[in-house]
Design a binder for this molecule. Structure first.
Ligand code: AMP
Ligand code: TRP
Length: 349
């Protein structure tokens, strides 16, 4: 696995951006939660200052699980607004809706012919999602990671900032790119994953599972009001009491470790004192939770305000998404020209 370490650097001016393209995507499936923010959005907002960045609301991925077509356009709009509210700057980054750029599906078909069925069947997320399907598993669910590979390769992106659950999908797209280059000539840079601390935030109510929008009670939404955030943090699963004196933090139970990870992200200056208290066996989890809850409330308050204001001007959000697609299209079209040529698909001789 190619892993680029998290580094904090001052943002260079746009002209001196590092010439490695960034691509990532998020599904418009209702809620954007704290796990999405910590694992993905937070680092997107940072990366856009350093790299030419493409961020995509992946509506074509979202329709692989049951959804309501009548509600869907509104959901897509909301997902885009949350992204902007959380710090994606639509001038600096290319923010767009996947289905607005038709080349994603075209490249997907071409990559399908280079993707071993066995590898798709072994994807953890496919196996996990298939378990919950009652009415028969559709091919779209299986081919989901091929579309994801097309997303990234269409822009020749080499850096994919995601949470841990997507690492396997990035490894697959790397394999596909490698196979394409070998068979048809050097075309795609090999994408690598970029993880931050907090790449796997656990469910607050059940720290044996990851925080997920499909499990109510597991998550804090980015647009939750302060009282809801406080209530959810207070209810987070920890230990019945403090640990024995001399306990090591890296051996803490998952629920406690999860809160320390969040503390490190949202209130890093308070982390050492609670870590010391943990090791001394004097920690009070209620104190930690209070500090953490306030830090989350403070971080999310401007996001919530900005989201509300954006949703009062939906036409502006639509316009900036149209602008994003207009910027993405020529890049996608150029890659497709090259790919068709290499694959011998340029029309009659
Ligand atoms: P999704 O909502 O599934 O489209 O995920 C959007 C991004 O959030 C992806 O990069 C995921 O890896 C990341 N993500 C989702 N859940 C979590 C979590 N519990 N912890 C960290 N990152 C997450
Ligand atoms: N599958 C990703 C998720 O569920 C979303 C996604 C779609 C994505 N295309 C992508 C992420 C390309 C990174 C790069 O989180």
């Amino acid at each position: 696995m190619h892993k680029v370490q998290e580094r904090v650097r001052p943002a260079p001016a746009a002209a001196s951006r590092v010439p490695v393209r960034v691509f990532s995507g998020i599904q418009p499936t209702g809620v954007v939660h704290l796990g999405n923010y910590v694992g993905a959005l937070r680092q997107w907002a940072q990366l856009q200052r350093e790299h030419e960045s493409y961020f995509c609301i992946v509506d074509l991925h979202a329709i692989t699980t049951p959804y309501d077509p009548a509600q869907f356009p509104q959901q897509v709009l909301e997902a885009a607004a949350v992204n902007v509210a959380a710090g994606i700057d639509p001038q600096q980054s290319v923010l767009f809706i996947q289905s607005h750029v038709a080349e994603h599906t075209e490249l997907m078909w071409l990559l399908n012919v280079l993707t071993p069925l066995g590898q798709l069947e072994r994807m953890t997320q496919f196996k996990e999602k298939s378990r919950h399907v009652r009415a028969g598993i559709m091919a779209g669910l299986l081919n989901y990671p091929v579309l994801q590979a097309a997303d990234v390769l269409l822009y020749k992106a080499a850096l994919v900032p995601v949470g841990e659950d997507q690492v396997q999908h990035v490894e697959l797209m790397r394999d596909i790119a490698e196979r394409f280059n070998k068979q048809f000539g050097e075309t795609f840079p090999l994408p690598g994953v970029r993880l931050t601390k907090g790449a796997r935030i656990l469910a607050l109510n059940d720290p044996t599972a990851k925080m997920s929008k499909s499990v109510p009670g597991s998550y804090i939404a980015l647009v939750d009001d302060p009282e809801t955030i406080r209530k959810k943090v207070r209810a987070a699963v920890t230990d019945p009491g403090p640990p024995a004196k001399g306990s090591k933090l890296d051996e803490a139970t998952p629920g406690v470790a999860n809160l320390f990870t969040l503390l490190d992200v949202f209130a890093p200056v308070r982390h050492p004192e609670f870590a010391d208290a943990y090791q001394a066996g004097t920690i009070r989890y209620s104190d930690l939770k209070q500090v953490l809850a306030e830090a989350i409330v403070q971080t999310f308050a401007p996001v919530r305000d900005k989201y509300a204001s954006l949703m009062q001007r939906p036409d502006e959000v639509r316009a900036l998404l149209a602008h994003g697609a207009d910027r993405a299209r020529p890049v996608a079209a150029a890659t497709m020209e090259e790919v068709r040529g290499r694959m011998g698909l340029r029309g009659a001789p």
